[in-house]
Design a binder for this molecule. Structure first.
Ligand code: UDP
Length: 236
């Protein structure tokens, strides 16, 4: 029994750094690829969005004097770099990845359409959605929410380095306690930093459940697909 047939897995760019200060740690990348292949082999349809924070974020560029729109475009290109890296790592473990881009840039990736994404997923390929939404002023969390809703995923899995949502940041407040389940409204009311508000609202308005879990422990993605309650479920 698998808990979800079609998933949208969101990985942050930052987590790709592993213990580095910048860029891509090849061990972390390989570890992610192995976990993803493991669940694809269970028959789960896997779509992925990966961030770009390990390379460039528009907001931090703007704070250094970059034009915000250009900075965001640089950030979107950073997500393409990470998507290509992940695609290569997936090929190395014997999976069949396909990179789709939100802005045209063939032959680096194919231009996104829902139809193309579904054809790939139904053919057993792992689809990587890159370049976020293609628009500035958004994040890859919003890109993930959008694509998860578009492809009618059963859940959006947010793989992080923390094992769920806590009452406060557990890395800063040792008395913080973890939720097994939480509603979208509670996230707003408690001002919890799970995703940006645009992404959370898109999920709320379209009834897309979010599951937050620790992706940095090998085997955890499989546990989520097996229905083990290792993280936090966000729903109505
Ligand atoms: N970005 C954007 N539009 C999108 C998605 C991303 O402009 O639809 C830009 C934005 O500048 C963002 C950067 O790409 O800071 C990298 O994405 P994000 O910060 O979401 O990456 P993560 O935090 O997940 O590593």
């Amino acid at each position: 029994m698998i808990a979800y047939k079609r998933i949208l897995l969101k990985l942050s760019g930052e987590s790709l750094m592993g213990n580095r200060q910048y860029g891509i740690d090849e061990n972390r990348l390989a570890q992610y690829a192995t976990q993803i292949k493991e669940v694809a082999d269970m028959g789960v349809q896997v779509a992925i969005v990966i961030g770009g924070g390990n390379i460039f974020r528009g907001l931090s560029g703007a704070s250094k004097g970059f034009d915000r729109v250009k900075g965001d475009q640089m950030g979107m290109l950073a997500t393409v770099i990470n998507s290509l890296a992940l695609s290569s790592a997936l090929e190395a473990v014997g999976a069949k990845p396909r990179v789709l881009t939100a802005v045209r840039m063939e032959p680096i990736g194919e231009f996104y359409s829902k139809q193309k994404a579904l054809e790939s997923l139904n053919a057993g390929e792992i689809v990587i959605f890159s370049a976020g939404t293609g628009c500035p002023y958004f994040t890859t969390d919003t890109g993930s929410s959008l694509r998860a809703i578009e492809i009618e995923a059963d859940v959006m899995l947010k793989g992080t380095r923390v094992d769920g949502i806590y009452t406060a940041d557990p890395e800063k407040d040792p008395s913080a306690t973890k939720f097994t389940e939480i509603t979208y409204d509670e996230i707003y009311n408690r001002n919890l930093k799970v995703m940006d508000l645009t992404a959370t609202t898109m999920c709320k308005e379209n009834d897309m459940p979010i599951y937050v879990f620790d992706m940095d422990t090998p085997g955890n993605l499989k546990k989520v697909l097996e229905g083990q309650a290792i993280g936090t479920l966000v729903k109505k």
